[in-house]
Design a protein around this ligand. Sequence first.
Ligand code: SF4
Length: 182
Amino acid sequence: MDRLKIATVWQGGCFGCPMSFLDMDEFLIELAGSVDIVFSPIIDVKEYPEGVDVCLIEGAVCNRDNLEQLLKIRERTRIIVSFGDCAVTGNVPAIRNQLGLENAENVLQCAYIEHAQDNPTLPRDNGIVPELLERVRPVHEFVPVEAYLPGCPPSAPKIRALLERALAGLPLKLEGEQLKFG
Ligand code: SF4
């Protein structure tokens, strides 16, 4: 049987979800024996590959870079898992949607001009800060996902349960309904 090709992707979020992934401890060794990690911030692969079996997407969709990457992932991946509350609901990054700032331009003005202590400058066209989307949104608002793994972060046992199901060849999507591990 072919080894499962697994990817992990960080979009708009913090380091909490990946740390919970690493908390699976000895199961990571078992996992290493039966899967190939083909794309992840912790390995040196620059281009998201074709033919990925399972991708855990952490974080909300906050900017154009996130969105372009997400659309490419959807084309090249069989099973997308919305991994953690930021991916599932928008969570912490989506707080900016509630600040009454209305759009991305106001967010930039607030962060880089009004609250700047030195050298107030908008990070426009500098190639460092990607163009913000008008609102932060969860992953499923842009692409279909096969499973949700809520939690902030999801616990290691929940991540393990999902991966064991994938390793056993059990579906993560049943008759049009996404599985929710939480
Ligand atoms: Fe961080 Fe929580 Fe968002 Fe995960 S769900 S990226 S732990 S804020």
